[in-house]
Design a protein around this ligand. Structure first.
Ligand code: F6P
Length: 360
């Protein structure tokens, strides 16, 4: 009897927990199918699937990777919006992905990734491939799951960044504006802001008023607290920008010579309050290093559940945690949606109740 063959790829931005999830999928699959399964590692996400770049894996490839950051398979951003477009290289990406799946005689493809990855996973599923998604991102913005792997590791790192900034902010009596990754959703800024004791949290879901942000800093200074910590999501914008479309916003910023909200916020607060400001951008540090204990557990749970879906031939789904229970959602329900922070989310309320300002 022909052996079952499964493919696995990691796509989009990396994060801690990718290897732990790969390991979880592989170990649970070997446990379920024994020697009747072969695993193919596809390199660099969908890019490897398009170009037939892969490796026949063995059990030893999945050993010792639980704690390793990044991804042993490599990753790339291959934007969904370009998938159906034939570019200068004349490659029909969808056709090639289907052909590689066929050439490798795959029975199923596991796709580990964020929103973009899920869109392409859903498209491949609609094209007839057996696909199972696993939700990865430090942004925690995948629809239909309480949490994504990588998120809590990034929260831990973001929290440590804020902790360390606290001491130097205090020594110098400065306003420290810390930019936390998250272009569309503010989950990472909200969690690490609360955990790190930020005084002001600015997220894309709650447009800020710079006068109110400045007043909050001034109020603290007047009360004898000369420093303030502002955690700003990368994609935060103000109440004027909130009236604009995304493109108009980008154009307005370019015309004003503004690169990010962070630099502008720091400049304007300095101007309005007379307080000294500095910006801090931890950037990709938030995605580096070993996964947290939480993420190792979550990755193992997600991986094991994916193997269960394979066993029951439940394809076209993405693994999820819903109300604390590991389950799955149809890929079609997950793709094309984003999980934003609701304005009245309980954490927003908690933050407000202890005096944290959202600048609104
Ligand atoms: O989606 C994860 C993420 O880290 C976002 O928070 C951030 O905006 C983006 O990726 C950065 O992407 P890149 O690694 O391509 O610079």
């Amino acid at each position: 009897m022909a052996k079952m063959r499964i493919g696995i790829l990691t796509s989009g931005g990396d994060c801690p927990g990718l290897n732990a999830t790969i390991r979880g999928v592989a170990k649970a699959t070997y446990e379920t199918f024994g020697d009747n399964v072969e695993i193919v590692g596809i390199y660099d996400g969908y890019h490897g699937l398009i170009h037939g770049d892969y490796k026949e894996m063995t059990r030893s490839d999945f050993s010792g990777i639980l704690t390793t950051g990044g991804t042993i398979l490599g990753t790339k951003r291959t934007p969904y919006k370009m998938m159906q477009i034939i570019e200068d290289d004349n490659v029909d990406k969808v056709k090639e992905m289907k052909q590689t799946y066929k050439d490798l005689r795959l029975d199923c493809l596991f796709t580990l990734g964020g929103n973009g990855t899920h869109k392409t996973a859903n498209m491949l599923s609609e094209e007839g491939l057996n696909v199972i998604g696993l939700p990865k991102t430090i942004d925690n913005d995948i629809y239909g799951t309480d949490v994504t792997f990588g998120f809590h590791s990034a929260v831990d790192i973001g929290t440590e960044v804020i902790d360390r900034i606290h001491t130097t902010a205090n020594s110098h009596s400065r306003i420290m504006v810390i930019e936390i990754m998250g272009n569309k959703a503010g989950w990472l800024t909200l969690y690490s802001g609360i955990a790190g004791g930020a005084d002001i949290i600015l997220i894309p879901e709650i447009p800020y008023d710079i006068d109110k942000v400045s007043k909050a800093c001034k109020k603290r200074a007047d009360a004898g607290k000369a420093f303030s910590i502002i955690a700003v999501a990368e994609g935060a914008y103000d109440i004027e920008e909130a009236k604009m479309k995304k493109k108009e916003r980008a154009q307005a910023r370019a015309e004003a010579g503004i690169v990010t909200a962070t630099t502008r916020i720091a400049k304007e607060i300095g101007f309005k309050t007379g307080l000294e400001t500095r910006t801090v951008v931890p950037g990709h540090i938030l995605r580096g290093g070993s996964p947290s204990a939480y993420d190792r557990v979550l990755a193992t749970q997600f991986g094991a559940h994916a193997a269960k879906l394979l066993k029951t031939e439940k394809f076209g789904y993405s693994v999820a945690m819903v109300d604390g229970v590991i389950t799955e959602n149809p890929l079609a329900d997950v793709a094309m949606k984003t999980k934003f922070v609701p304005e009245n989310h309980q954490l927003v309320k908690t933050a407000r109740s202890i005096g944290i300002s959202f600048g609104d």
